[in-house]
Design a protein. Structure first.
Ligand code: SF4
Length: 228
């Protein structure tokens, strides 16, 4: 199975009834600013370079962001921060991400999430995270060149560690506590992890996460990968 086949299968997924309802309702009750948009309102596939060496894992699509545009982290404030940082650090062709087909190309990087449907209050419940786990696992199977993973936020960090542990990667016990900039070296059985705060407005508006802090994470990834 290739990435395209995976995407085709993913967009038809309706396993989580609460999230199916929520993602579709958001498409009917549009934000005024987006009244002329045809919302995607389906599971959102990962996006980026199939030969990626850097994998970025977020939490879930935003109801009026990726759930509207159909591309991960595209069309919301979190994505504005993320793609600007990826552009500054050489992984993205442009700083803007507004819609599928806007010309954005990722080089050496792939952006995904632990849950693919927009959840109410941006909070998936444990069963939904578990239901969706297989989609990220399938991407990991296909992204064979990944050497560095950047989970955005504590929930993504915990789920990535859980998944890697299940894939026979030697994960330290106890698991290192989530912190911004935390590095967990799982080599040689797995990748290098660099944890980051999620660029959500809760973090960026409060100054908990600054652009400099986010840049430092991707600069570190670039150094580890010896990325030009
Ligand atoms: Fe399917 Fe994941 Fe969406 Fe649940 S959250 S319906 S498992 S794609």
């Amino acid at each position: 199975m290739g990435i395209e086949t995976l995407e085709r299968d993913l967009v038809g997924c309706r396993v989580c009834p609460r999230l199916v309802t929520w993602r579709e309702q958001a498409g009917h009750h549009k934000r005024v600013a987006y009244h002329d948009w045809e919302y995607w309102a389906k599971p959102v596939p990962g996006f980026g370079d199939p030969r990626a060496r850097l994998l970025i894992v977020g939490l879930a699509p935003a109801a009026h962001g990726a759930n509207r545009t159909g591309r991960m982290f595209t069309g919301d404030r979190s994505g504005d921060w993320l793609f600007r940082a990826l552009h500054r650090t050489g992984f993205a062709s442009q700083p803007e991400a507004v819609a599928r087909g806007d010309g954005l190309v990722l080089a050496g990087a792939f952006v995904s999430a632990i849950v693919r449907c927009a959840p109410p209050d941006n909070k998936p419940i444990p069963a939904e995270k578990e239901n969706c786990r297989g989609w990220l696992e399938a991407e990991l199977d296909l992204l064979r060149d990944v050497e560095v993973i950047v989970p955005l936020g504590g929930m993504a960090y915990a789920q990535v560690l859980r998944i890697l542990h299940g894939r026979q990667v030697s994960v330290p016990k106890p698991r290192p506590r989530f912190a911004h900039g935390l590095e967990v070296d799982l080599r040689p059985s797995g990748p290098m992890l660099i944890a980051s705060y999620h660029p959500s407005q809760q973090n960026t508006f409060t100054g908990r996460l600054t652009e400099v802090m986010l840049d430092e994470v991707f600069e570190r990834a670039r150094a580890l990968l010896d990325w030009p």
